[in-house]
Design a protein around this ligand. Sequence first.
Ligand SMILES: [Zn+2]
Ligand SMILES: [Zn+2]
Length: 344
Amino acid sequence: MRAARFYAPGTPLALEEMAATPPGPGEARVEVKGCGICGTDLHIALEGTIQLPKTPVTLGHEAAGVVAEIGPGVSGWAPGDRVAIFPNVACGACYACREGREVLCLNGQVLGINRDGAFADSVTLPASCLIPLPEAVPFTVGAIVADAVSTAYRAVVGRGGLRSGERVAVFGCGGLGVHGIKIARLRGAAQIIAVDVAPGALRRAREAGATETVDAKEGDAAKQIRSLTAGEGVDLALEFVGLRASVTEALRSLKRGARAVVAGVGPDRVELPPLRSFVGSEISLLASMGSTREDVRTVIQLAAGGRLELASSVTGEVPLSQINDGLRRAFTKEGDPVRIVVVP
Ligand SMILES: [Zn+2]
Ligand SMILES: [Zn+2]
């Protein structure tokens, strides 16, 4: 099989011929039918801002495909089953796993980060990572649900606790933000204010259901949000950018007692407001990391039932042989992509 191997930042991924790993006890081998290119892949492969513990490694962590082979002791799955892949491989024994928060596993591995991922013809992983994918959901959409969509779902619903009728601000309208907007609309948000600096992203935000947009280049996004909310601010601010400035603006856009959820990742330090206003306004600052298997199942159900439109999020497909071109297009935002999916 072919696999796209990462050696060092700034160096193109090397398409190498490798032996497919036969599934061990409790494992399955999945023939990859689609694997999305995520911002994380760009941070690793092009920018070098996320360093990997061990190289070379096959990148790719948002994937779907068909079960090709099952290992000893695996029940409930058979070759030919359509699956989405949950990218976190948890140990099942640490306190985080025992509390059901596998994404926080102390000994966890993530597909395409610290174990070989799915920019390949096939991937072998624990069968516990498989999630059924109904016929109604195409593989390219199945690929992006496990990361781009479910991460947004956890931020809005699991951590943000969005209730019907609330006002929301979404900072960053790329692959996560645009899904955050769709989910907020589905949950009955009364007002969804989208913030970005790219005209294309703001247009897409409106198409996804944002009621208003704020161009952060025009300065003081929080002030613009306040003027759109009768001076009050929002109940929930979602930060999908991963920059100090946008976390600061997210906090400043909140009304008293409201909460900000940060799902964007980067090297910046966040800055809290002076304690008299942080404490005095009783705001909450929450972090949101990845998703749960249950989140992925829920998102797949929403997509299969037609309640969550995701086909428009797959804005491009590239064959595995052209993965470096796909990474470049995702990085330069050529053609204004939401998600480019590698279809081996
Ligand atoms: Zn990702
Ligand atoms: Zn664990």
